[in-house]
Design a protein around this ligand. Sequence first.
Ligand code: BGP
Length: 479
Amino acid sequence: MSKRQYKLPDNFYIGAAASAWQTEGWDGKEEGQDSYMDLWYKSTPELWHNGYGPTVATDFYNRYKEDVQLMKKSGLHSYRTSIDWSRFIINYETAEVSEVAAEYYDNLIDELIANGIEPMLCLEHYELPAELFTKYGGWGSKHVVDLYTKYVEEAFKRYSHKVKQWYTFNEPIVVQTRVFLDSIRYPFKQDTQTAMQWNYNKILATAKAVKVYKEGGYNKDGGKIGVILNPDVCYPRSTAKHDVEAAEKFDLFFNRIFLDPSIKGEIPAELFEILKEHNCCFEYTEEELEIIKDNTIDILGVNLYAPTRVKAKNLAWNPNTPFHPEYFYDKHELQGRKMNPFRGWEIYPKLMYDFAMRVKNEYGNIEWFIAENGMGVENEHKYKNEEGIIQDDYRIEFISDHLRWLIKGIEEGSNCTGYMLWAFTDNVSPQNAFKNRYGLVEINLEDNRNRKMKKSGYWYKELSEKRTFEFDDFNFEYK
Ligand code: BGP
């Protein structure tokens, strides 16, 4: 197959992402400083792959200096992680900061900057304090929204002079969808209204954080604030009206629900209508809707992994089933699709381009970037060469294929400024723990969690320096 050379656009950065709870481990945390993720793990450790969880994670808390050197070696321009709210704050009601934690984050930020890597910080990557989950029901409570607002201000006060990119949440839709809508995660309770309240309260929390950031003048010297979403780029099975409508409903419940208020300041009217019709609308006030309207984001982070395909519903809805957006659609599997069998996700790199065009055409071409994309693979040690370096050509191919489609979108005018791989090192996934490995750098669990760059790490470095890469010409219209 013929190859072609692709070039990274000018000023386009490449980086890698992770989060606090998936890397840090519990060292340095005090009694009572568990996050929701810690609580979930402690409640059902038997459900986590081989029993691993956030306890030690990659021990980043103790080994971040070593990791920053590896970031440099793999050519990262930027690194995204989160501040763990449950660690950073010692008294969640008063937002009193833990000085031990604050010092750790301060040192980490300095270490990144000193090594020429831009820090990008997310303020919640599922690290809601467990205490607020058990006491108030977590994000279902407006009081928790207020406590979050106090917490984020403390983070801005400490670090906004050094950190110029802030994100209110990572994938704010995920926890409540898995927990209260699908009921597949701890505490296995089904409650659609609660799921919708969490969605709404996180929309409100984003707007309130934006307000605090701007009114406090924390954005001076070019600081920006946004949110990191995981839109499910959704394709209908066919052009038939009922299939297209099914896809539109999916889009409303899983994409527009956060995209519209964050960027346009408005929750879609159709969402209110459907939720009211099914008696599961969230509680809101007009005053809150005004706050949402007036405080939209500067920049959008997007986690894109796999497409979703839907078709019109075949079976009648069981009238006793609590309302779920699946009332409107069934999932559809495209025959002949390419798969990542380990994660069970379809591989469809063109979703990068399709989403890029959507931001350009439907969302005012706001500045955005890929905040996560990557490939989790099981048993990667099978691919080690004689020097023990994992030959992850499949990952290099995955990144290249996605990047070329993203670049095409940028060349056609989409305002995308960067690409971050999930993840920098292998790390802990919710429940899957270390099963599927995502990193440019291997974490060897059998050998004291020692780090070793994979082939993709060396390739990333080359990409970062040369700003070009080679890939197939196949299946790609490129001008
Ligand atoms: C994203 C999350 C990450 C990370 C990643 C990989 O949805 O933001 O935290 O976990 O997915 O997926 P998984 O861990 O489920 O394999």
